[in-house]
Ligand binder design. Structure first.
Ligand code: UDP
Length: 235
C-alpha cells in the first residue's frame, strides 16, 4: 500500500480513550485504536502520539483550584493515559517509548527531541506525555509543538465526529461538513477544531491538520494512505 504521510503526529484526546462512559479508560476502544496504530506502523509510517487527559482531569474546569496547580494535575492525567496506551500497544507487539515533558524517569524517558526522532527513525512509536510541560496550555498545543519539533508531515486529530462542521452536527440537522479549510478560516469562523494557541502554531509553522472520526479506527490507516477522510485544515 502506498503511503502519503511518512511521519505523523497523532493527537488522541482523553475522551477518545474513555469510550461511551466518558471517564477513565475503555480497553475495548483503546485496543481498537491501538490496532490501527500498529497497522500504520507496519506500513512504515513513523508515529508520534500526544495524549490528552480530559478523561481524568481538565485544569480549566477544576473550579476554585489554583489554575497552575490544576494544570499540574492535568499533566499527570496525560501521563496516566500515555502509560496506558503504551501498555496496550506493547501487548499488540509494537515497540513504544514514552517521553514526558516533565521528568519522571522512573516511569518514562524525559522528552529529548533528538532522541524522539531517533526512536521514530527506528520504527518505534513515541508517546509524548505531560503536554508541553507548562500550565495554561493544552495537549492540542502540545501536538502542534511536537509536530513542529519532530518535523511531522501532518497532525492527525482523532475526534468523535467525522470532521469539522459549520455548527454542532449533534444539535443541528442542517450542519454542513467541510472537506477542506484553512487555519485562518478555522480561527476566523471560530470553529471548534482546536484552541487558538494550537491553531496559530499550525498556521505559523505550516503544519496541516486532519480532523477525523476515531469511532472508525481504520480511518487512521485510510488517512495515511491518502484516502479522503474527515476535514483537512491547511495553510
Ligand atoms: N495540560 C497542561 N499543559 C499542557 C497540556 C495539558 O497544563 O501543555 C493540562 C491541562 O490542565 C489540561 C489537561 O492537562 O486540561 C488535559 O489536557 P487536555 O485538556 O488538552 O486533554 P484532552 O481534552 O485532549 O483530553
Amino acid at each position: 500500500m502506498e503511503i502519503k504521510y511518512k511521519r505523523i503526529l497523532l493527537k488522541l484526546s482523553g475522551e477518545a480513550l474513555a469510550g461511551e462512559r466518558g471517564f477513565g479508560l475503555d480497553y475495548t476502544v483503546m485496543r481498537n485504536v491501538c490496532k490501527s496504530i500498529r497497522d500504520c506502523a507496519a506500513l512504515g509510517v513513523q508515529i508520534g502520539i500526544v495524549v490528552g487527559g480530559g478523561n481524568f482531569w481538565r485544569g480549566r474546569s477544576s473550579g476554585a483550584m489554583d489554575r497552575t496547580r490544576a494544570d499540574h494535575i492535568g499533566m499527570l492525567a496525560t501521563t496516566m493515559n500515555a502509560l496506558a496506551v503504551a501498555d496496550v500497544l506493547e501487548e499488540l507487539g509494537v515497540t513504544v517509548r514514552v517521553q514526558t515533558a516533565i521528568a519522571m524517569q522512573q516511569f518514562a524517558e524525559p522528552y529529548i527531541r533528538n532522541r524522539a526522532v531517533r526512536h521514530l527513525e527506528k520504527g518505534r512509536v513515541v508517546i509524548f506525555g505531560c503536554g508541553t510541560g507548562n500550565p495554561f496550555f493544552s495537549t492540542d498545543t502540545a501536538a502542534s509543538l511536537r509536530a513542529a519539533e519532530i518535523d511531522a508531515d501532518i497532525i492527525f486529530k482523532a475526534t468523535m465526529v467525522d470532521g469539522v462542521y459549520d455548527k454542532d452536527p449533534n444539535k443541528f440537522e442542517d450542519a454542513k461538513k467541510y472537506d477542506h479549510l484553512t487555519v485562518s478560516e478555522v480561527i476566523g469562523k471560530n470553529l471548534k477544531v482546536m484552541d487558538s494557541t494550537a491553531a496559530s502554531m499550525c498556521r505559523d509553522n505550516h503544519i496541516p491538520l486532519l480532523v477525523f472520526n476515531l469511532n472508525r479506527p481504520e480511518n487512521i490507516v485510510d488517512a495515511v494512505c491518502g484516502k479522503t477522510v474527515g476535514t483537512l485544515v491547511e495553510g
